[in-house]
Design a protein. Structure first.
Length: 236
């Protein structure tokens, strides 16, 4: 008797690969200012770590990255005529609160683009590479993810959710090592962040570059203080 297998959800395998810890983007080496927040006693337990990560998702670069991902996706898909991919890439490269946050996004974006062009090639990714060279910028991590998702017909909402989940998981992993916390604490935190991931993704689906903005001054301050932190495990 032949076994019947349910079809894999569209784009699921791609998203699992692109945002897996096995994807060599170096995400584990960044803490998004969290290392200084722990040093300063601002983050010291599961509730405070939850507050930090949720602020990044809802009011910080998580929300901005979700919008950039969606706009880049639509620019490639051809149903967002108001903005060109060139404008999206230029603004994405410039819009960072601190030097280290810019490094965090640009380094991961470059690593993701390089790997995708080798393992998941598409003409749109080559176009993105040429555009970045012409502009003299490194691509924002979220913009690369948006272009890749559109190029491989990955559903947009799923791509945004996967990107945000990866961001949250990386911050929680950093918190587990820095505070430190147990692995079960980390999983509880991921479960409680599910509503935030969904809500930010829904906002980004209808968002445009005009909706960009952040309200996380403490995160930016922690990132700036991290630049001169005496002992550091992370690059941001």
């Amino acid at each position: 008797m032949t076994e019947r297998r349910a079809p894999v959800q569209a784009g699921l395998l791609e998203l699992l690969a692109w945002f897996s810890p096995a994807m060599p983007t170096g995400a584990f080496s960044y803490s998004h200012g969290l290392e200084w927040a722990v040093e300063a006693g601002l983050v010291r337990d599961p509730p405070s770590l939850h507050g930090y990560v949720q602020a990044v998702l809802r009011q910080g670069s998580g929300r901005s990255d979700a919008i950039f991902l969606g706009v880049a996706y639509r620019a490639i898909a051809g149903d967002f005529e108001e903005r060109s991919l060139e404008e999206v890439i230029a603004l994405g490269a410039a819009m960072h609160g601190t030097r280290e946050l810019a490094l965090e996004s640009a380094a991961q974006g470059r690593a993701l683009l390089t790997t995708l062009r080798q393992a998941w090639p598409a003409p749109q990714l080559d176009e993105l590479e040429g555009l970045c060279r012409r502009l003299g910028v490194e691509p924002r991590h979220a913009c690369v993810a948006g272009v890749a998702a559109a190029a491989h017909d990955v559903p947009l909402r799923g791509a945004i959710i996967a990107f945000l989940h990866s961001l949250a998981a990386n911050l929680i992993s950093a918190g587990i090592r820095l505070i430190p916390l147990g692995q079960t604490d980390g999983q509880r935190l991921m479960a409680t962040l599910a509503p935030a991931l969904s809500e930010v993704a829904d906002q980004a689906l209808s968002g445009s570059l005009d909706d960009l903005g952040a309200a996380t001054p403490v995160v930016d301050w922690c990132s700036m203080r991290h630049e001169t932190q005496y002992t550091r495990l992370f690059r941001s």
